[in-house]
Design a protein around this ligand. Structure first.
Ligand code: ZN
Length: 304
């Protein structure tokens, strides 16, 4: 009898060990937020809901002290994470926090640079190298050239002027520039984004690795008249960086079209997985927008 029990027990242990190996553990990440010229109390929740509804990610939230408060105790233990999502545009972090963050990235960590995170830290040289392009915050020709897409390639423009602007919020079409990249593979070459800001005239050191999507910034919408780089990747040391300029946060979780857009959410999810693992295993969702038709996910999960 004892022998039978022993074998039953060993069998159960073996089965549970096998199922543990098979179950895909969520990727651990952290969203850094707490200061932004945007509605961060809503945006960080929208980011978390979008990423976690996939079952692929488990995200902590690191909320900084308020603007003007002492930042010296604001510290994130990056060793716990494979992914950092930047929803932060505010006061400088401490030198220790800066160093810990860059150690994380250079050492192979994944980073999502989301919307106004590329407005942050104008004077932090390595941060600007990591984001490639930034805007506002006193950026000008000293920050690097303007970059735009023309004649099948990224062009640099060294003319003087402020970095970063956008016209009216409107719906616009994203144009794919790298259809074999893991993040874009299988997605339509052109898709219509819900109403959002279209960042233009961004400038910085450049160093874009894979330019994934551009969009035409129409003068009729007070734009630049150029095809602007809006979604791209970089390498920084061993780290992978996914920079997405889309996703201006609305008034509330229910009034937030740029972040409720199925195209934005799909790119965020695929970009985050690629940053954290170097691969994208997610299928192309059925509710992805087409060139003519915007597709919204009111509850931050696929609608079908
Ligand atoms: Zn914005």
């Amino acid at each position: 009898m004892k022998t039978i029990r022993y074998f039953l027990l060993m069998g159960a242990l073996l089965l549970s060990a096998v199922s543990c190996i098979n179950a895909r553990k969520p990727i651990r990440g952290v969203i850094i937020t707490g200061q932004n010229n945007h509605n961060w109390p809503v945006s960080h929740q929208a980011l978390k809901m979008t990423l976690e509804s996939s079952g692929l990610f488990s995200l902590d939230i690191a909320v900084s002290p308020k603007q003007g408060a002492d930042m010296k105790d604001f510290a994130v233990d990056f060793s716990k994470y494979k992914l950092v999502v930047l929803d932060y545009n505010g006061d400088n972090w401490s030198a220790d926090m800066n160093a810990a963050f860059m150690d994380f990235v250079r050492g192979g960590g994944g980073v999502v640079v989301y919307h106004a995170a590329d407005n942050a830290f104008t004077d932090w040289r390595e941060y600007n190298e990591m984001i490639a392009l930034g805007g506002w915050g006193g950026r000008n020709e000293a920050s690097g050239p303007y970059f735009y897409w023309k004649d099948g390639a990224l062009q640099a423009d060294n003319s003087p002027g402020n970095g970063g602007s956008h016209g009216n919020r409107h719906e616009f079409v994203l144009n794919c520039r790298a259809d074999s990249h893991p993040i874009t593979k299988g997605l339509p070459a052109r898709w219509k984004h819900a109403s959002d800001e279209l960042y233009d005239r961004m400038r910085g050191p450049g160093g874009i690795k894979d330019l994934l999507y551009t969009a035409y910034s129409s003068p009729e919408q007070r734009g630049s008249g150029r095809e602007e780089p809006l979604i791209f990747t970089l390498k920084h040391g061993k780290g992978r960086v996914f920079h997405i300029m889309l996703g201006h946060c609305g008034e509330s979780l229910t009034d937030n079209p740029a972040m409720q857009c199925a195209g934005f959410q799909t790119l965020l999810l695929r970009g985050a997985e690629w940053c954290a693992t170097g691969k994208v295993k997610q299928p192309v969702p059925k509710d992805f927008p087409t060139e003519d038709k915007v597709s919204l996910r009111p509850n931050y999960r696929p609608t079908r």
